[in-house]
Design a protein. Structure first.
Ligand code: OOB
Length: 548
């Protein structure tokens, strides 16, 4: 098949860059896109699983039927405020019962939630409010010692189109979300091929971008994920990562669990103190974490009295899980581990329950869909030899064709034939499983050698005195390039010295040019809003330490 380099299709008024018509038709014919909206899906699930418990959040316990009815009432209430099809609504809620109700209420109206994370602040929210042209902003009153009503005042001052601020909890000067409630009525079903929601890009560089996801593609994302992860009516899924993130929302997360009649438990945070009692009380079977949280869970499991023996699968994704940590999970937490390499832009890779343990420990899974098209290319865009590392490009039935209102970014983030350039450096095994080697640009330029930060981190973390490590390049005082700085969270009272660490790596057979030149100790690594290591913040911290 020779792809013809054509101009990518122009975005629709909704901001969606559509798939080519023939491709869209094929995704429909093979059943990936089933033509149902997210709002219609909830109606079907309520018909099928009516009195089963769908959502547990604090004191809220909603059956499928109750969730369906509440979504209808809130949709009517939102419509009474003048919010309708195509309107964007900025949503910034923690994991509470209001989230699923609002999510489906907006879907029923054809209004489009832009899903921001509780950790976002004025820089991100102001930018996303302007970019989306949102007419409403939905917040909690307070969460994690932060008052979102004050943030709302600052955002409103910057974003003139923002007419409504709706507050879960004490509304202060704004409108209580609980009052957004009216007699249910039916609204015209939105076009399943159009935008259902906007996800925020997880990139650790630059300002966040908005990712349009359609009813068709997101429904498929959730349903296929539920299948690949063997979810069933018996599944009790604990959402402890922020529910606005793609991973707990639909990979398979909340939507995947609801699609098979399971139960979703929302935890206010991933801290063991919040999550463990819920696992015990609700007999949770599945949950998802980012790798930096897993050692905390393993520590807590040693002393926390809660019984977490119901847990069957821990999904780990969002950043690289080391093989060593993967191997310790079954004994330490009494469950199996599943690696998930995904992105808000679309493509998902899962290890499967029938993969052998070493494949689960060593790889980040294989693509979800038979129609995920992967290309692994070198710096010139040419396919690498099988098994070699290169940049992962992808297109498929749930991978975006363009960011929302971002023509300049789109010109470089996509190939002319519609592949998304992920920036991830991967290698693919003959089995189809991928190994993530790092980011294409997360390299340290040391004496003319390009060193993968991720590779250094893997070796350093293997040292018994190292709990976590992030490798970053710092300016070389003696020359043009960079030196390798290993920023280390010690395991125990002290980190290894730079000499000890270098000796340890040499012992492992690591090339001399990859050895850290410097070790910095920190109590904790700075994390992004979802809990990945924040290298931008780390570089700032090192520059401050160096008095630059
Ligand atoms: C998930 O989504 P995002 O959008 O927050 O971040 C995507 C990026 C990927 O491009 C990759 O660089 C990194 O996060 N990543 C991983 C990884 N999973 C994601 N890097 C190494 N190993 C992994 N397992 O993070 C996300 C979305 C859906 C499901 C799971 C994670």
């Amino acid at each position: 098949m020779t792809p013809i380099a054509t101009e990518p299709p122009a975005p629709l008024p909704s901001g969606l860059t559509p798939w080519p018509a023939e491709t869209a038709a094929r995704y429909g014919t093979v059943g990936h896109w089933d033509g149902r909206t997210l709002g219609a899906l909830l109606r079907d699930w309520a018909a099928r699983y009516g009195d089963c418990l769908a959502i547990v959040a604090g004191r809220d316990r909603l059956t499928y039927r109750q969730l369906d009815e509440r979504a209808d009432r809130m949709a009517a209430g939102l419509a009474d405020l003048g919010i309708g099809a195509g309107d964007r609504v900025l949503v910034q809620l923690p994991n509470t019962g209001e989230f699923p109700v609002l999510f489906f209420a907006l879907a029923r109206l054809g209004a489009i939630p832009a899903l921001t994370l509780p950790a976002h602040r004025l820089t991100e929210i102001g930018h996303l409010a302007r970019l989306s042209g949102a007419v409403a902003y939905v917040i909690a009153d307070e969460y994690a010692a932060f008052d979102y009503r004050e943030l709302a005042a600052a955002v409103q001052a910057e974003a003139p189109e923002l007419r409504h601020v709706l507050v879960a909890g004490d509304p202060g000067p704004y409108t209580a979300l609980a009052k957004v409630d009216a007699e249910p009525r039916r609204f015209p079903d939105p076009d399943p091929a159009d935008v259902a929601l906007l996800l925020v890009s997880g990139g650790t560089t630059g300002v966040p971008k908005l990712i349009p996801r359609t009813h068709n593609d997101y429904g498929y994302n959730a349903r296929a994920s539920a299948g690949a992860c063997d979810l069933s009516k018996e599944t009790v899924y604990l959402a402890c990562l922020p529910i606005a993130h793609n991973f707990p929302l639909a990979c398979p997360g909340m939507l995947g669990t609801l699609s098979v009649g399971g139960r979703v438990v929302l935890s206010p945070s991933p801290a063991p103190g919040d999550a463990f009692p819920l696992i015990e009380a609700e007999r949770v079977t599945h949950t998802a974490l980012v790798p930096p949280l897993i050692p905390l869970w393993i520590d807590a499991a040693e002393w926390d009295p809660a019984d977490i023996s119901s847990l069957r699968v821990l999904q780990a994704g969002g950043s690289k899980l080391s093989a060593d940590l993967a191997r310790t999970i079954p004994d330490a937490l009494g469950c199996s581990v599943q690696q998930v390499f995904g992105m808000a832009e679309g493509l998902l890779n899962y290890t499967r329950s029938d993969d052998d343990p070493e494949t689960v420990a060593l790889t980040q899974g294989r693509p979800l869909s038979a129609d995920d098209e992967l290309r692994i290319v070198d710096a010139d865009g040419r396919p690498v030899a099988p098994g070699e590392a290169g940049e992962l490009l992808v297109r498929g039935p749930y991978t975006l064709r363009g960011y929302y209102r971002a023509p300049e970014v789109n010109a470089t983030a996509f190939t002319p034939d519609g592949f998304y350039c992920s920036g991830d450096l991967v290698r693919q095994l003959p089995s189809g499983h991928l190994i993530v080697e790092g980011r294409v640009k997360d390299t340290i330029d040391r004496n003319g050698e390009s060193v993968s930060a991720e590779e250094v981190e893997g070796h350093v973390t293997a040292h018994p005195q190292v709990r976590r490590c992030a490798a970053v390049g710092v300016p070389d005082p003696a020359g043009e390039g960079e030196r390798i700085c290993a920023v280390v969270v010690p395991d125990g009272s002290s980190a290894p010295t730079v000499q000890a660490l270098r000796a340890f790596l040499l012992e492992r057979g690591v090339a001399a040019f990859k050895l850290p030149d410097r070790v910095e100790t920190v109590a904790d690594l700075p994390l992004t809003a979802i809990g990945k290591i924040d290298k931008k913040a780390l570089r700032r911290m090192l520059a401050e330490r160096d008095g630059a």
